[in-house]
Ligand binder design. Structure first.
Ligand SMILES: [Fe+2]
Ligand SMILES: [Fe+2]
Length: 254
């Protein structure tokens, strides 16, 4: 599915992170892991949009959602095929520990999508922002991929579709809610911001938790270790005779 409109420019935030993205994508093994994960995200997103096609009562939206879902499934296949080709070419089997998932996430954020019970307008506003985010990130990923032309071509091809998705969702939102489409967009923006904050807070809580546990390990445990060693030194080694008072219990049942 192709758009005649120009590509979305990446956001200032995504452009600012270009050197980080370049570093993340420079490692071949990390690229394989990320492409496989992107493939999963796209396929999951396609499944949710297929569900949206089932529940909407608007015939035009149903047709567009179906085409959209087919695109997302195709993106999943493209990412997985490229990842498999890279894996075959490298065959090193190494697995770098850091994948930079929160710095270079899969495009959409469609994992936050709640299909059932959503009004068409809310769904379209959410989809528009998700596709816009995808178009912005995929533009940066494509641009930092000069060293890997086939992967760059995959991003280029998918970017075409994401731009179309971004545009049709906005046009349809303006159609179903001509008066209040901007309000729906702002509400969806705030919802995405809140979810991003929750994700960041959860990651930070995990980092702080690890730091605190490490500090506790090195600060609180050594005194207990020292006390245990001192108590062990005071113990007599081998068998010792108990005092008569303490051995009294041997003469009684309790
Ligand atoms: Fe996609
Ligand atoms: Fe998309």
């Amino acid at each position: 599915m192709y758009s005649t409109r120009p590509y979305e420019r990446p956001t200032a935030f995504d452009r600012m992170l270009t050197p980080v993205h370049r570093w993340i994508w420079s490692d071949a093994d990390r690229r394989v892991q990320k492409l496989f994960r992107f493939g999963e995200t796209e396929t999951d997103g396609g499944r949710d949009i297929l569900r949206a096609a089932e529940v909407t009562s608007d015939p035009l939206l149903r047709r567009l959602y179906l085409e959209h879902a087919i695109d997302e499934f195709r993106h999943g296949v493209l990412f997985r095929h490229r990842a498999a080709a890279l894996l075959k070419a490298s065959a090193s089997g190494s697995n770098p520990g850091f994948h930079g998932s929160w710095l270079a996430p899969g495009g959409h954020g469609l994992d936050d999508l709640q299909v059932d019970g959503e009004a068409d307008s809310d769904m379209l506003a959410f989809l528009h922002l998700s596709e816009k985010a995808a178009a912005s990130r995929f533009t940066v990923y494509r641009d930092v991929m000069q060293h890997d032309p086939p992967t760059r071509a995959v991003f280029e091809e998918i970017l075409h579709d994401e731009t179309f998705h971004m545009n049709y969702t906005l046009m349809q939102l303006a159609r179903v809610e001509p008066e209040r489409h901007k309000r729906h967009l702002w509400r969806a923006r705030l919802s995405r911001l809140w979810k991003a904050y929750l994700r960041l807070a959860t990651s930070l809580a995990g980092i702080f938790g690890s730091i605190l546990l490490t500090i506790q390990y090195f600060v609180l445990l050594p005194p207990f270790g020292w006390l245990a060693k001192r108590a062990a030194r005071r113990e007599h080694s081998g068998w010792t005779m108990p005092s008569p008072a303490r051995s009294d219990s041997l003469n009684r049942q309790y």
